[in-house]
Design a protein around this ligand. Structure first.
Ligand code: ATP
Length: 340
């Protein structure tokens, strides 16, 4: 089976071709880069309307060059969650393309895709999944045909919390990679890390909160604390919270596998902390390569292929997008043949 995936929940207009026979994924992406501030929904949607046709065309051409006119067996798209104006463009493109090619349409939950790609790449059977993305942060575990939300942010997504601080200090979007670089410089510097700044650390069971820490980091900057020192402490606190809740979820479920997903998972320090925690408790840890971590259509095409193989396709009248689509709303049809 070959599936053309389309992603466009927020900033990344992307299309991909997944060939299940060879397990190969071709991804074409075109990011929206705001001139200032964070992501503006209207500007992001304007970007989608220009960039989605381009990336789809590039992937379709590559697919037809390789496999001829009947290259595509299904079209999968990100149905939500995400920004409504962007999702509507992606939904319209996917419906039109499925109709024109006369192939089934598959509606994929973007958060489940962030996690299923890690399960797919690792071959893990039944992992706990930590999604550390821009607008979200969830811990998921599979039980009784659904991904259950074991824990989640009570306010901001993890990437958005970091980006809120970088906007405050005047850095361009996205801020996460800049915070990582600044924290690394501080850690390697001559007056190195001694003590961490005292920032809010809020974990309640397996839920957590980031709104206080963004504000406290902003205040520290206003008080004249060097920005590299704040970046270091911000990362240590935020990633320690995620590591603590991930460990609690492994302990609660008895799982011995953890997969990480989402754009913030590109951060080396987060992967290092989670990897050490897993090693200490004898659990396996996997984070896919960066092209599958940030928003990308590859993960949509891969999950779309599993759903299509399970017959989980969408009639056009039921293909409306859902900006608030939660991962636990998805009946996990594609795992029914598995042992767990
Ligand atoms: P969602 O998938 O929840 O809709 P999103 O659309 O914002 O979120 P992602 O691609 O998953 O997109 O994540 C983008 C976020 O990842 C941004 O907030 C960005 O700052 C953050 N990010 C990217 N690289 C790094 C890094 N190296 N360290 C920390 N954060 C990072």
């Amino acid at each position: 089976m070959r599936v053309l995936g389309i992603e466009g929940t927020a900033w990344c207009a992307s299309a991909a071709l997944y060939d299940a026979e060879t397990d190969s994924v071709l991804i074409e992406s075109n990011p929206y880069e705001p001139d200032s501030g964070g992501i503006h929904p209207r500007e992001a949607a304007e970007h989608m309307s220009e960039a989605i046709p381009e990336v789809v065309d590039a992937v379709l051409t590559a697919a037809e060059d390789r496999h001829g006119p009947d290259a595509i067996d299904a079209v999968a798209f990100s149905k939500g969650p995400g920004l409504g104006p962007c999702l509507r463009i992606v939904g319209t493109a996917a419906r039109s393309l499925a109709g024109a090619l006369d192939v089934p349409l598959v509606g994929v939950n973007h958060m489940v895709a962030h996690l299923e790609i890690g399960r797919h790449r690792s071959g893990f059977e039944n992992p706990v999944c930590l999604n550390a993305s821009g607008a979200n942060a969830h811990l998921l575990g599979y039980h009784g045909g659904r991904y259950r939300v074991l824990g989640e942010t009570m306010d901001a997504g993890v990437g958005n919390a970091i980006d809120k601080f970088t906007r405050h200090v005047g850095w361009d979007h996205p801020g996460g990679p800049k915070v990582e670089a600044a924290a690394r410089r501080y850690a390697a510097g001559s007056d190195g890390p001694d003590d961490l700044l005292d920032l809010p650390y809020v974990v309640k069971g397996m839920d957590f909160s980031f709104s206080g820490i963004s504000s406290a980091a902003n205040d520290a900057s206003d008080d004249g604390v060097p920005v590299e020192e704040i970046c270091f402490s911000l990362q240590e606190h935020v990633f320690a919270m995620l590591t603590e809740v991930a460990e609690r979820a492994l302990s609660l479920t008895g799982a011995a596998e953890l997969v990480l997903g989402g754009g913030v998972a590109q951060n080396d320090r987060l992967r290092e902390m989670l990897g050490s925690m897993c090693a200490a408790r004898g659990a396996e840890f996997h984070a896919p390569e960066p092209r599958f971590l940030r928003d990308n259509a590859g993960m949509i095409a891969v999950l779309g292929a599993k759903m299509a193989a399970a017959g989980d396709t969408l009639p056009i009248p039921e293909s409306a997008i859902d900006p608030n689509f939660r991962p636990d709303q998805v009946p996990v049809t594609w795992r029914s043949g598995e042992s767990v």
